[in-house]
Design a protein. Structure first.
Length: 535
């Protein structure tokens, strides 16, 4: 059959029209996708719609009940209350939506769907900022409540992962009345992240169970686990601690990794991790949590009310008292090219301490006579620092392999104390000292010392520097009855690479030694040194 020229033109027109309509549909779909946002925004929008529908449902139920209220005045008041309640709930829906959108801006639009592979998890939780040793009991107090957290010997399998069961009970201090009783489930992956896998939360009033609100379990009804403690916290990092839409949406943000804090049962001096915990379901409620290495959570502070929840006691099943500080690290000298080990211990009146690592016991410290009976508290120790040309780094590091080192021993009052120090072999490169130049003669006033930032280890890998220490000392003999030389020593954040020396410190015509230590997240440090003379 022949097709006329006119017929061909009609067919072409129809075909082009179809293409045009198809392009229009594609463009419309793209515009709709941009309007709706990615998965995170669409999740927030879905939650907003659900919240509004819930408000409407409550309103219509209330309105139906008002129809059965006798008297025109009482009925009108009932309907007015129902309308006011709907407006209030809808306003809360908008507030929750705005909070979720802020989270989307921080995390991005990708779906939140962490992959949980049981082979990537261990059976213990040893993260230094969130250690969970079965048998340990933590007691916290606020002005009105006492919170007891017990790391049980029980485990629970979730998504094929063995989780540690931690029991959290809250009581009123004045009456002892039980307010909450919760089982939390935690597991640690091989990288050191501690995952929050769910909770069974029970709320009580006058001794009666009134609510299971907030309960969730990873893998049930699309609930997703989150990270309660990062393996390597970085300031500014925002992360989900849990995700069960509408019930469990707690978030965390790392505020600092160099804070100090003191509470009755523990303290930290420039080593505390501080996180901001917040949630879109209660946007006005924020908690700043302080974690001490080797202990865990020691302090919660509400930044608006300044209300504090403090750790008041820690014990384990054998009555052991945790050491306040347990450190083991490497110090490398980038100028003299030598390396050694250092350690720091702070505890409550111990008689003897044994340090046991992957290869067995490596050190023992013990008091004798009256000193033993009195008890020791703080201790700093340091090994010989052989030059790398004489003892290579590889050989030196073999003497203390990476891993956990348990520090424990008897106390002077007949008890027991223990702690865990984590040693890594991540050694930062040395800072390049920029000013003053080595051997320079400088004015004693308004002197600025500066150095280059450190971004790598000595082997060229990335490194997380948490702070620098600047030390300036007079080049003079140590006083026979004093510890250390006269000098200036300050710690500064990793973002600071220059310091103006106070004019009152430097003396004219004096020779000074100065050094900068770059300190990475596990405590290992590398120093670079130089010298100058004042005019």
């Amino acid at each position: 059959m022949k097709t006329s020229q006119k017929g061909l033109m009609i067919l072409a027109a129809i075909s082009l029209a179809g293409v045009a309509w198809g392009c229009a549909d594609v463009l419309a779909a793209i515009r709709d996708q941009n309007r709706r946002g990615g998965s995170c925004t669409q999740t927030a929008q879905a939650a907003l719609k659900a919240c509004r529908l819930s408000a409407d449902e409550d309103y219509w139920i209330a309105t139906g009940n008002c129809e059965n209220v006798s008297g025109a005045t009482a009925k009108t008041a009932c309907e007015r209350d129902a309308s006011a309640a709907r407006r209030e709930i809808r306003s809360e829906c908008e507030t929750h939506f705005d909070a979720r959108k802020e989270i989307c801006r921080a995390l991005g639009e990708d779906p939140y769907d962490p992959i949980i592979n049981p082979e990537n998890y261990v059976t213990t939780v040893t993260n230094p900022f969130f250690p969970l040793t079965p048998g340990t009991t933590f007691v916290y107090q606020s002005e009105e409540e006492e919170i007891t957290i017990v790391v049980t010997h029980e485990t629970k399998e979730i998504l094929g992962v063995t989780c540690i069961v931690v029991r959290d009970t809250v009581r009123l201090r004045e009456s002892g009345e039980l307010v909450e009783d919760t089982d939390d489930w935690y597991a640690q992956d091989k990288d050191g992240n501690v995952w929050y896998m769910g909770e069974l939360s029970q709320s009580f009033e006058d001794g009666e169970l009134v609510s299971l609100e907030g309960s969730w379990k990873a893998g049930v009804e699309n609930a997703k686990p989150g990270i309660i403690m990062l393996a390597a916290p970085q300031v500014g990092k925002v992360y989900r601690q849990e995700f069960f839409l509408g019930d469990a949406e707690d978030m965390g943000e790392v505020l600092s990794i160099t804070e100090s804090a003191t509470v009755p049962a523990a303290s930290c001096d420039g080593t505390c991790l501080v996180t901001k915990d917040f949630l879109p379901l209660d946007p006005g409620h924020v908690e700043n949590k302080h974690y001490a290495p080797g202990v865990g959570l020691i302090l919660e502070v509400n930044p608006d009310t300044e209300e504090r929840v403090e750790l008041v006691s820690v014990t384990n099943g054998s009555g052991a008292i945790p050491l306040k500080e347990a450190k083991l690290n490497i110090e490398h000298n980038a100028t003299d090219l030598d390396t050694g080990f250092q350690g720091g211990i702070d505890g409550e009146g111990w008689e003897r301490l044994d340090i046991t690592g992957p290869d067995g016991t490596v050190l023992t410290f013990e008091g004798k006579g009256e000193l033993r009976a009195l008890g020791l508290t703080e201790l700093f120790f340091e090994t010989v620092e052989p030059e790398n040309a004489d003892v290579s780094l590889d050989v030196l590091l073999m003497s203390l392999p990476e891993g956990e080192y348990k520090i424990e021993g008897p106390t002077a009052d007949g008890g027991w104390t223990s702690g865990i120090a984590l040693l890594t072999h991540d050694i930062p490169a040395g800072a390049v000292l920029l000013s003053p130049a080595a051997g320079a003669t400088v004015p004693p006033n308004n002197l600025v010392v500066s150095w280059s930032p450190v971004t790598q280890t000595i082997t060229g890998e990335s490194v997380n520097i948490i702070r620098y220490q600047l030390i300036i000392e007079k080049d003079e003999p140590v006083h026979p009855h004093a510890i250390g030389k006269r000098g200036l020593s300050i710690f500064v954040p990793s973002s600071v690479t220059s310091v103006t020396v106070p004019n009152e410190f430097l003396e004219p015509g004096t020779h000074y030694l100065w050094e900068v230590l770059a300190i990475e997240v596990s405590g290992n440090q590398t120093l670079a040194s130089s010298e100058f003379t004042t005019q």
